[in-house]
Design a protein around this ligand. Structure first.
Ligand SMILES: NC(=O)c1ccc[n+]([C@@H]2O[C@H](COP(=O)([O-])OP(=O)(O)OC[C@H]3O[C@@H](n4cnc5c(N)ncnc54)[C@H](OP(=O)(O)O)[C@@H]3O)[C@@H](O)[C@H]2O)c1
Length: 274
């Protein structure tokens, strides 16, 4: 079954905007039209070469207005510090019924609604969105209709799973799923280091560690079991895994995870000037 979306514009098609664009171009997704913009001519050229309607501000200072002509869903994929200025610039060009979708970290709905009084959604996707396995938290602004909310859910549904949450929770979500991929890679890096210290070659370490993470997650997906059940299945009483897990418990890893999340939330509040 196809997902049908209205006309979409992506203003700022870099890492995150590009990930959303790839989701929109996937089989089974039908958007009425897609127009995207970038700052530099080079990035717009690359996008056009892949068959996408793209313009850059460098080539045409009205590129964003062109993308907005038909758009009812507008993804703002520029850096957080550019969001308010961009919204101010385009507020008179966008269709009054268009929904603005910001993926900018730290810029709140009330801040954006001061310059765009229409429908607005604040979303926090994560990097696996680039391969269609993302998790996006989205919070809806004060004037978003249920239909518009569903359309934005469908938009992020093209790059993974979506949670609709209150804006008060968006920093907490960001500290888990937003930053989460970095935590996973950090653990992997540390395991790779230990594998080297235990005498394995880099190639062997890579097979062991990448294979174990990918395999453990595939087992989780396919077995339908909860993480604690799968952990218990590996952990024989008084066995080797239990000995290792006791070290994590003694170091109070859960408390470290909690503190790390709290630090990310505090930093997000600081960046937002809360
Ligand atoms: N990367 C992530 O993991 C991630 C996760 C969650 C949220 N986000 C959010 O996503 C947003 C973008 O981050 P990113 O990492 O994707 O940045 P990025 O790769 O630098 O992309 C920014 C894009 O905006 C374009 N641009 C700059 N000014 C513009 C303007 N006035 N009009 C139209 N396009 C313009 C740039 O064009 P050029 O390429 O030509 O310079 C580039 O394509 C940020 O707000 C960030 O908070 C990112």
């Amino acid at each position: 079954m196809s997902t049908i979306l209205p006309s979409v514009a992506i203003l700022g098609t870099g890492n995150m905007g590009g990930a959303i664009l790839r989701g929109l171009l996937a089989p089974g997704i039908e958007a009425e039209s897609i127009r995207v913009t970038t700052r530099s001519a080079a990035s717009a050229h690359t996008l056009r070469a892949s068959g996408v309607e793209a313009k850059s501000l460098e080539e045409d200072s009205d590129a964003n207005a062109w993308a907005l002509e038909t758009a009812r869903l507008v993804v703002l994929g520029v850096k957080p510090y550019q969001i308010v200025e961009l919204l101010g610039e385009i507020s008179s060009q966008a269709h009054p019924d268009a929904v603005m979708v910001s993926v900018a970290a730290g810029i709140t709905i009330p801040t954006m609604e001061k310059v765009w009084p229409g429908a607005l959604v604040r979303a926090m996707p994560n990097t696996p969105s680039g391969v269609g396995k993302g998790v996006t938290g989205m919070s809806i602004g004060t004037t978003v209709s249920p239909e518009q909310s569903r359309e934005v859910e469908n938009l992020f549904g093209t790059v993974g799973e979506v949670l609709v949450i209150a804006e008060e929770q968006i920093n907490a979500l960001s500290s888990l799923s937003g930053s989460g991929p970095a935590y996973v890679y950090f653990f992997m890096e540390k395991f790779l280091e230990v594998a080297g210290e235990l005498g394995f070659s880099p190639d062997q370490a890579e097979v062991m560690i990448r294979g174990t993470f990918v395999g453990a997650l595939a087992l989780l997906e396919q077995s339908g079991q909860a993480p604690h059940e799968l952990r218990e299945a590996v952990t024989s009483p008084q066995g080797t895994t239990e000995a290792a897990l006791n070290v994590y418990a003694a170091a109070d890893l859960p408390s470290i995870i909690r503190q790390a999340s709290a630090a990310a939330i505090a930093r997000a509040q600081e960046l937002a000037g809360d």
